[in-house]
Design a protein around this ligand. Structure first.
Ligand code: GLG
Length: 839
């Protein structure tokens, strides 16, 4: 030993803090050091960044717990109406930086950590993402939690505490294909959750249901298997307020350790098996996006979660000592897609069987409590459960669904006598072998209001998904809430330099504009100010360098930060058309190849970035990834072109990676077939950070263009009403690609020629375009290429481009999730802000 040396930070600060005698040290420093010594039981000598993260997180958590406790107590005392957001997915990402921002403790922790020898930014990246979601739907839920706390609304989230979140994506070095690895995110302790071992409920599966047979509709459900739901609470701090909301996640556990009888009989394996099957319920997040597999375990998850959540709400409501008839006056429940639809049936069961509420009154309570958001019009994503499976797993609920359906169809019959086809369309039961339950129909009839997530989408929900229901209930049950994003994470945290520039330019405290995003319009006054333009461009440049450094570290390839950064990041799906993008890249590559060196010099340099996961069983999506990776390998090595065009597939897309990519984009692509992307939310994030949008006339792209002005976006492609006729044409009167788009045909042939991998491996992907072309790539390719040419042209005029970028950010006020959550609070849930007041 001998040469023991203080490794990091200020020795005296450490020693004073450890002795706990020095009163002049900041509280934060003492608290961090105290957690190092006690909670972590570590010595400062060998403390690394991860240890520093853990100690800092525990110290921040102490603050959160105080606020969280006071908020919950305050809500209990005031007993306001509450709202509950039921979502199978919450894609939270990292928490520490968000908690620091919302608590206003960023500067304090930065200083304290630096005195202890750590840089805040190195500490922050030690945190693992909480990735309990697939994509937009899960991230939307996370943004809404942030906004509900910020707006001081009494809202709780309810979800599942998956042991494994979304899989980790790896790229096979050999052939470029996607590999999946588990995401054991709880391996290190999670400081952001509070286990509530005292908050548990018993959840029943299987067994039998016996009707009373007295005409009351009541029944007794007994037997089967019981599983324990244990609550874990995640604290959700609001920005610029002490209000701290709650996200309650359920973990499943066997009711009694394991089956002692089998164990004693010497059958150890069987004894553990029962305990495994209970634990399996919350073990993994289903990695599917826009596809539904009718797996029993998934239905188990849905019921386990909704039953535990409702039992919890019921217990809280009972503490108010109000008559059960007032349940809907104190509780509003938002269904995030059809996943929590069983909650409708479960509340019916509780009311009818347990609370002995007469059927009609129970149904009135239910239909005043629930609200349903639809997130997609893709038919393959609308959930349907086989009747035999439901009967086996939840026999009582199957009876209730049949009863609800019978009474519902009677009322339809009354309004539309003799219209049997209409009854068949509206029924909760779809005929077939086997019969199945249409969860979307159940969600509609069990809810007070139904909404889509952008204007166009809400329109399609009415016209294409539920036209019969609109006729039956009238227009007013169906409405729109355009999605939003939290500007705290998606501007201030991910782009601190831009946030700083905005604050000084608006000459407003950032607390003001971060809570009222319409204030960004004030930037318009400065759009012609050359100094401001320069600063704006410098921030973008700095973010591009930050991304370049990351790419160099992870992929070992240098990126020229002078190039235009063109980004498409989202789940891989045919309707999102990453294929269109990669075929466009190949077109650009072959065009460059055909040029003389002198001609190439005039072309705008471009770096194209892709990231996104494909569902493990989605063959075509995985093949698209493989094509992107292999095209990148060819292009990035080609001495003729690599100075003008580079291509990157960044593995393992996540919230944290998005935070790095989004601020660095010059353009981003949102190019779904018109009418297929319900809203999109990353489009909002890119535009908020001054990236321009290339897109189709789809989802929230339309409303973004309305706000920022059509001359600041690059639109292309056919419109929604064109899509069906084109599909019809592709199916019944196909025109060869060569005829419709010679340019596209040439690109397809280039891929077929084998320069990105021989043996025809990409043929199945290319054939989706050559035959059927369901996502109308052939029809949109030429106008897509034109749009990209216009992007190049516009980019060449740097000043004009910077102005476009400023104008875009300035007009993004509408897309704050604060606006969206207020819309839900006022128009749907009827809940009010309940500010925590200090006593
Ligand atoms: C969906 C849609 C997106 C939408 C998101 C949030 O596909 O267009 O933005 O929900 O509403 N499943 C999704 O990601």
């Amino acid at each position: 030993r001998g040469k023991e040396k203080w490794p990091r930070g200020d020795e005296k600060t450490w020693k004073d803090a450890m002795r706990g005698v020095h009163s002049e040290l900041p509280e934060v420093t003492k608290s961090i050091v105290n957690h190092v010594q006690t909670s972590l039981a570590r010595a400062p000598y060998n403390l690394d960044d991860l240890g520093a993260y853990q100690a800092a997180a525990l110290s921040v958590r102490d603050n959160l717990i105080v606020n969280w406790n006071s908020t919950q107590l305050h809500y209990t005392r005031k007993a306001p109406k509450r709202a509950y957001y039921l979502s199978l997915e919450f894609l939270m990402g990292r928490t520490l930086s968000n908690a620091l921002l919302n608590l206003g403790l960023q500067p304090t922790y930065s200083t304290s950590l630096s005195n202890l020898g750590f840089a805040l930014e190195d500490v922050l990246v030690q945190e693992r993402d909480a990735a309990l979601g697939n994509g937009g739907l899960g991230r939307l839920a996370a943004c809404y939690l942030d906004s509900s706390a910020t707006q001081e609304l009494p809202l709780w989230g309810y979800g599942l505490r998956y042991k494994y979140g979304i899989f980790q994506q790896l790229i096979n070095e050999h052939d470029g294909s996607q590999l999946e690895a588990p995401d054991p995110w709880l391996e290190h302790q999670n400081p952001w959750e509070l286990p509530r071992l005292d908050v548990t409920y018993e959840i029943r599966f299987y067994g039998s249901a016996d009707r009373w047979g007295d005409g009351s509709g009541r029944a007794v459900w007994s037997g089967g298997q019981e599983v324990l739901a244990v609550a874990y609470d995640v604290m959700i701090p609001g920005y610029g307020t002490k209000n701290t909301n709650n996200l309650r996640l359920w973990e499943s556990k066997p009711k009694r350790g394991f089956d002692l009888q089998s164990f004693n009989a010497g059958d150890y394996e069987r004894a553990v098996e029962t305990s495994n099957s209970a634990a399996a319920i919350t073990s993994v997040l289903y990695p599917n996006d826009h596809t539904v597999f009718g797996k029993e375990l998934r239905l188990k998850q849905q019921y386990f979660w909704t039953a535990a959540s409702l039992a919890d709400m019921m217990r809280r409501f009972k503490n108010l000592e109000k008559p059960i008839s007032e349940f809907a006056e104190y509780n509003a429940i938002q269904l995030n897609d059809t996943h929590p639809t069983m909650a409708i049936v479960e509340l019916m069961r509780i009311l009818v069987d347990e609370e002995e509420v007469p059927w009609d009154q129970a149904w009135t309570i239910v239909t005043n409590t629930f609200f349903f958001t639809n997130h997609t019009v893709l038919p393959e994503a609308l959930e349907k459960w086989p009747v035999p499976l439901m009967t086996h797993l939840l026999p009582r609920h199957m009876q209730l669904i049949f009863d609800i359906n019978m009474l519902f169809l009677q009322s339809v019959e009354k309004q539309f006598p003799g219209d049997r086809e209409r009854l068949a369309r509206m029924s909760l039961i779809e005929e077939g072998f086997p019969q199945s339950i249409r969860m979307a129909n159940l969600a509609v009839i069990g809810s007070k209001k139904v909404n889509g997530v952008a204007e166009l989408h809400s329109d399609l929900v009415k016209r294409n998904l539920f036209p019969d229901f609109v006729e039956f209930y009238g227009q007013s049950k169906f409405a729109n809430v355009t999605n939003g994003i939290t500007p705290r994470r998606w501007l201030d945290q991910c782009n601190p330099a831009l946030s700083e520039l905005i604050t000084t330019t608006l000459n407003l405290p950032r607390e003001v504009w971060l809570k009222d995003l319409f204030k960004l319009e004030g930037l318009l006054k400065h759009v012609d100010d050359a100094k401001f333009q320069q600063r704006w461009a410098a921030v973008k440049r700095q973010n591009k360098e930050r991304l370049s450094n990351f790419v160099e570290k992870t992929l070992g390839i240098t990126v020229d930060a002078d190039a235009m950064f063109d980004v498409q990041v989202k789940r891989l799906h045919e309707y999102k058309r990453q294929t269109l993008n990669i075929l466009g890249v190949i077109h650009r590559y072959t065009t460059l190849k055909s040029m003389t060196p002198a001609e190439r010099k005039k072309v705008v340099k471009k770096a194209v970035f892709f990231a996104g996961k494909a569902a493990p069983g989605y063959y075509i999506a995985k093949l698209t990834i493989r094509l992107i990776v292999n095209v990148a390998r060819v292009i990035n090595e080609d001495p003729d072109t690599k100075d003008y065009l580079t291509l990157f597939f960044l593995p393992d897309y996540s919230v944290s990676l998005a935070e790095l990519l989004i601020p660095a984009s010059d353009i981003s692509q949102h190019i779904s077939t018109a009418g297929t992307e319900a809203s999109g939310t990353s489009n909002m994030k890119f535009c908020l950070n001054g990236g321009l949008l290339v897109g189709t006339v789809d989802g929230a792209n339309i409303e973004i263009a309305e706000e920022v002005g059509e001359d600041n976006v690059f639109f292309f492609g056919h419109l929604t009403p064109d899509v069906e006729p084109l599909r019809y044409q592709h199916t019944y009167h196909p025109i060869p690609v060569e005829e419709k788009s010679p340019a596209l045909a040439a690109v397809l042939n280039t891929v077929s020629s084998g320069i990105f991998g021989a043996d025809g491996i990409y043929e199945p992907l290319l054939n989706t375009v050559r035959q059927g072309d369901f996502y109308i790539l052939t029809d949109d390719f030429d106008s897509y290429i034109k749009a990209l040419e216009m992007v190049d042209e516009a980019y060449a005029d740097r000043t004009e481009w910077i102005k476009k970028s400023i104008r875009t950010s300035a007009k993004m006020g509408k897309f704050s999730s604060d606006r969206a959550i207020q819309d839900y609070a006022q128009e749907y849930w009827n809940i009010e802000s309940t500010k925590l007041v200090e006593e």
